[in-house]
Design a protein around this ligand. Structure first.
Ligand SMILES: C[S@@+](CC[C@H](N)C(=O)[O-])C[C@H]1O[C@@H](n2cnc3c(N)ncnc32)[C@H](O)[C@@H]1O
Length: 296
């Protein structure tokens, strides 16, 4: 792969520089700065758990198909996390293709690199999605999954993904719409529930999933835009707490002064009772939007 500064393609030479840049980052939000959190491993466990969800698996299968990969292609996964999708991409481009994973977190990169060490044509490196350290028009296809909700400027990341992809190449982006979340609650806690589900701010772009199509359309170098949506759901409160941060969001609503501690307790007791009665259901929408690069 060619890298910026017209250097020849050994991406591993870039890694020490990029890693230093990551450490120097002062981004506030947790997912933008996993390496400086108390327990970065928790984030790796989180992406591993999410990757086992049926609807995430279905979405990933769809998004991989939309990349239209062929043997010998070069493909990049931006915000690749612990590398859950890299070996699937490798199996499609085969041993003479090239797979690149990039993530801002050194911990994620090290984990993904260790997991991919048996595949010599998969390289994982550390860097910022809004400034990809890659020459323009290099990739045949590019994807990102559940990244844009965390970055300061999703449009800048989309523009970077377009820049590094060849004319006629494919771009596929998956993200969720946290504002679409619903719980099977009774009327008595509707107001508190709405505040917890809709008003708590806990990442940079909670509604990015529903905006994806419009944002990709705004980029004049993406044609043939297609959208695929699905409902993520669970009837397990434990899973909603773990994967969808339900409990965490309730606590954040108190911290952000949106509800009182009493409101929180009433809400929590009610949803715990729902679970005991077998009536708990949580839903959220997930979107994949794909297109073809056409730099007129
Ligand atoms: C929710 S995880 C998703 C990981 C992976 N795509 C998956 O589906 O398992 C979001 C990832 O985006 C990474 N990330 C956040 N901001 C980034 C940025 N500006 N550039 C590159 N990666 C970033 C995080 O380090 C994290 O690994």
């Amino acid at each position: 792969m060619e890298v910026i500064n017209n250097q020849e393609s050994n991406i591993s030479e870039l890694i020490p520089v990029a890693v230093d840049n990551c450490a120097a980052s002062t981004l506030e939000k947790k997912w933008q700065n996993i390496d400086n959190q108390e327990s970065p491993n928790k984030f790796i466990q989180y992406v591993d758990e999410a990757s086992k969800q049926d609807q995430i698996i279905a979405h990933t299968r769809y998004s991989t198909r939309q990349l239209m990969l062929e043997p010998g292609f070069k493909v990049m996964d931006v915000g690749c996390g612990a590398g859950k999708d890299l070996s699937r991409l490798e199996s499609l481009v085969e041993s003479h293709g090239e797979v690149y994973g990039i993530d801002i977190s050194r911990e994620m990169v090290e984990c993904a690199r260790a997991r991919m060490s048996h595949l010599p044509n998969v390289e994982v490196f550390c860097g910022d999605a809004s400034q990809l350290p890659v020459d323009s028009n290099t990739m045949d296809a590019i994807r990102c999954e559940r990244l844009l909700q965390h970055v300061p400027s999703p449009d800048m990341v989309i523009a970077e993904m377009v820049r590094v992809t060849k004319n006629g190449g494919r771009i596929v982006i998956t993200d969720v719409d946290w504002s679409s979340t619903t719980i099977s609650i009774p009327k008595s806690i509707e107001k508190i529930n709405r505040i917890i589900l809709n008003d708590v701010v806990f990442n940079a772009h909670p509604t990015i999933g529903i905006q994806l199509k419009g944002r990709m359309k705004q980029n004049k170098s993406i044609d043939n835009i297609e959208i695929f949506a699905q409902c993520l759901y669970t009837d397990s409160l434990a899973q909603a707490d773990e994967l969808l941060w339900l409990g965490e969001r309730g606590k954040m609503a108190v911290q952000q002064g949106l509800i009182s501690e009493e409101d929180y307790n009433q809400w929590r007791e009610t949803i715990e009772q729902l679970e005991l009665d077998g009536n708990f259901v949580f839903t959220m929408n997930i979107f994949t939007v794909s297109g073809t690069i056409n730099k007129k």
